[in-house]
Ligand binder design. Structure first.
Ligand SMILES: [Zn+2]
Length: 160
């Protein structure tokens, strides 16, 4: 996490997150690039569901930020840090005017205590989405390995 924009290195304006559900929260404002929901490597205590707009998922490599993918309305982001308790794996920049529903970990815990059925449904959907993304990542890695762009996985044992 830094005070500078991961894309253009301009100093960011920082906003304190409100911590309320149903509030769209941009944590950082870059005068050049626009608004970020969060930055790579910062701790994460909430996930977001994009209600309107489009966001870019960016990862830093060396001095530069690179586009990983775009997400559209209905997609969620930030759920990985919520589940594995590691820092944010990427930065999220609003490309269009974007409205997201922020769901803090505390709210999910409350839901667990009050409505187990809804809680299970939400986690089922998060699990499904993560599985889709893992499938996509696996298949992209496999294609690149087969094209010789990255190291091939070890050969299968000959007994198989
Ligand atoms: Zn910027």
């Amino acid at each position: 996490m830094s005070d500078n924009c991961p894309v253009c290195q301009t100093k960011l304006n920082t906003k304190q997150p409100t911590g309320n559900a149903d509030v769209s929260t941009y944590a950082y404002d870059c005068p050049r690039c626009g608004k970020f929901f969060f930055q790579e490597n910062e701790p994460g205590t909430s996930m977001f569901v994009l209600r309107e707009g489009r966001v870019a998922i960016l990862k830093c490599w060396g001095e530069r930020s690179h586009l990983v993918r775009y997400l559209k309305s209905g997609d969620c982001f930030g759920e990985m840090a919520l589940l594995d308790l590691y820092p944010r794996s990427a930065s999220v920049l609003a490309v269009d005017r974007s409205i997201a529903i922020e769901i803090p970990a505390d709210s999910l815990h409350q839901l667990y205590q009050q409505d187990l059925e809804q809680f299970a449904l939400i986690f089922m959907n998060i699990g499904r989405e993560l599985s889709r993304r893992l499938r996509d990542a696996d298949s992209r890695l496999f294609e690149q390995a087969m094209a010789g762009k990255i190291t091939r996985p070890a050969d299968l044992p000959s007994a198989i």
